[in-house]
Design a protein. Structure first.
Length: 216
């Protein structure tokens, strides 16, 4: 026998008939498409916002890293520039020490007068302005880091190694010694140590009688 054809189902506009799971009283569910779209849009916006925040954090870290590298680069350049300047100054001042020695000898012999004295004073002021410092005085304690001993003598007037005379002054720039002070070192006089040998017993000699043994 032929079965009758099912009647067509009418569908309302804006709604879709979705078959539902088999069960009592559930033939299908009516879902509003506009509500589904409105639910998905906030989720998409949230994902985009999180991605933008992540990219912004990465760019911020890159910028901070680049800024730190630039600061370190500037510090290295300034440090290298200062080292070059100090080295150049030290080389010039070291070469001028012989001139200062001639000026000092002329001063000691009373020949530093007139225009020569004015030039010498100007030279010493200029070199002092470049950081050159003279050191080495009679009576100061001998320090092998800044003194060079040329001779040694003994004196009762010192308590320890002392610069008794300055043969040639020393010079330095900051903590860097360009030339040590050449000095005569005086040390305390050496006193003879008292004899610690015990005196011989007068009773002991070749003619002395041996002690009499005692009997218990």
């Amino acid at each position: 026998m032929s079965q009758p054809n099912p009647e067509p189902t009418e569908v309302d506009s804006g709604h879709a008939e979705v078959p539902g799971p088999a069960g009592p009283g559930t033939a299908g569910l009516d879902v509003d498409v506009s509500q589904v779209a409105a639910t998905e849009e906030p989720a998409i916006e949230t994902d985009m916002t999180a991605e933008l925040v992540r990219q912004l954090d990465e760019r911020t870290l890159d910028l901070q890293r680049l800024q730190a590298e630039y600061v370190n680069y500037r510090r290295r350049v300034e440090r290298d520039r200062e080292a070059v300047r100090v080295a150049a100054t030290v080389n010039v001042l070291t070469g001028m020490l012989v001139v200062l020695d001639d000026v000092e000898r002329a001063r000691q012999h009373g020949e530093l007068t007139g225009g020569f004295k004015a030039v010498a004073d100007s030279l010493e002021r200029t070199m002092a302005g470049l950081g050159l410092e003279r050191f080495g005085e009679v009576g100061e304690a001998f320090d092998p880091r800044v003194h060079e001993a040329l001779s040694l003598e003994y004196s009762d007037e010192v308590q320890g190694p002392t610069a008794a005379a300055i043969i040639q002054p020393g010079y330095r720039v900051g903590d860097r010694v360009l030339r040590p002070a050449r000095v005569v070192v005086a040390e305390p006089s050496v006193e003879p140590e008292p004899s610690s040998r015990p005196e011989a017993d007068a009773s002991v000699g070749p003619d002395a009688e041996p002690p009499t043994p005692t009997v218990d």
